[in-house]
Each structure stands twice: as C-alpha cells, then as structure tokens.
Design a protein around this ligand. Sequence first.
Ligand SMILES: Nc1ncnc2c1ncn2[C@@H]1O[C@H](COP(=O)(O)OP(=O)(O)OP(=O)(O)O)[C@@H](O)[C@H]1O
Length: 256
Amino acid sequence: MSFENPSTGALKADHISKAFGGLKVFNDVSFTLQPGGLLGVIGPNGAGKTTMINIISGRLRLSSGEVTLGGTRVDGRPVYENTSRGLVRSFQQTATFHGYTIEDNLLSALRFSKSDLSILERLMPLLDQFGLKANWGRNAEILPYGLQKMLGLTMALAARPKMLLLDEPAAGLEKSERDNIDTYVRFAREEFGCGVLLVEHDMELIKRLCPSIIVLDGGRLIAEGAPAEVLSYPHVINAYLGGADENEEDADAQHS
Ligand SMILES: Nc1ncnc2c1ncn2[C@@H]1O[C@H](COP(=O)(O)OP(=O)(O)OP(=O)(O)O)[C@@H](O)[C@H]1O
C-alpha cells in the first residue's frame, strides 16, 4: 500500500533489468528522481538509455525489478495511463503530426492529454521564444528540423507533466540551437514544477543543467554523482572512448 500521492512522489527504478531474448540490455539498475529534481542519464551508444525510457513510460515491459511513481507501479502500465499520471516522455526523433500546422499539432496534443486551452496560454512564452508562434499556421512538416524538434518537446508539456523523460533532446540540433534546451528544461521545471530525467550525449549540456547524473555502460550502472566528478572517473572516460582493455593497461603499467 502507498500513502504517497503518485502525482507528487518520486520516480524510483528499483533493481530493474531488461533483456531482449538473450541480449541483456541492462541489469539490476536502481535510481531515484525526486519530485521537481533533475537527473542526467549518460552512456555510450547502445547502453540502454532509450530502452529505459521506453520501460518507464510503459512502452516496453521489464524483465525484472519495478518502477514506481509516488509508490505506484508504472512499469508495464499502458502509456496513456502513465501520461495521465503525469509521466510524459519525449522522443529522440521529431514527434509531430506531419501535414498539420503548429497550431493543429499543439491542439491535438492538448486533446490527447485531455488538457484545456489554458495550457496553451501557459506555453506561449516558450512558443514565442522558440519562433513557433511566428510560424503558427505553417505545416510542421516543412519547418526546419530545429523548429520541429522544439515543437515536439513543447507538445510534451501539453500533458502537464509531473515527471518528464527527455530522450536526447539536443540530438540533431545545431550548436546555436542548443540553448533552447536549457530554456525548455528551466521552463518545464519552473512552470510545471516537474522532475526531469535527461538522457543526453551532449556533455556540455549535461554539465550545465544536471546537479547529478548516472552512467550506464554494458547494461550496468557504472557511476553516479555530480557530472564534473563522474566525468573525470577513468572507467567512465574509458566507457566513452572504448579505451584499452584493463588487462592491457595493467600490462602496460608493469612494463613502464
Ligand atoms: N526491440 C528490441 N529488440 C531487440 N533489441 C533491442 C530492441 N530495442 C533495443 N535493442 C537493443 O538494446 C540495446 C540498447 O538500445 P538503446 O536504444 O536502448 O540504447 P541507447 O543507450 O539509447 O543508445 P543510443 O545512445 O545510440 O540512442 C541495443 O543493443 C539495441 O540494439
């Protein structure tokens, strides 16, 4: 039994593991994201970051362990049910309805999440800043990629998230557009008070935004803590650079 309110409680991954057939994507990973908190998730390609978001949001089932929001189990639950609990994810690729205008896309997002037009009013400063307001009646399909990406991210806020799962929001953006992600995350936290799980490869962004991070590699959680510290750990650097085998390093050390 839980006495916590699911819409205000922490997001907890408790000893979660996922395998696709014989392929173990991650194994025995645990972490907690406090309400209103911000946790970065990094790891080399194929480390299992997107799979983790798919599991937390309800798209995929866990092999073992559990994920709870405010004490209520959310893994294995339908996506729409988790969305209505305030657990909302964004996609690595753009996720807009092609053939529809910016306005239509946002109105559809409001409808899907049973939100009213007042949410659109709350989003207006963001829409203005990203240049989406200026392109209101344009077909989303023909917008530059950066605008499509920010539209998709803004649409995620239409569901009034309590916990926002962001899957590489900066991927595909020009360097000059990446400040938009800082603005977006700050806005989401201030306007909606939501917690943010930020999966990202852009280390500058991670260092700027996240007070703490976890690192996944080869299916394991290999480090956690403040980014400046964690990113200096040799085994984290090694995971990213795919450096020399540890035994080779030992052998080198013995010969030097
Ligand atoms: N539906 C699936 N069936 C089988 N294997 C899968 C499936 N989805 C993902 N995988 C495998 O799981 C592993 C983790 O993939 P995932 O996309 O979660 O990694 P990632 O850390 O998000 O990578 P990237 O940083 O490149 O986006 C990869 O080896 C991938 O091929």
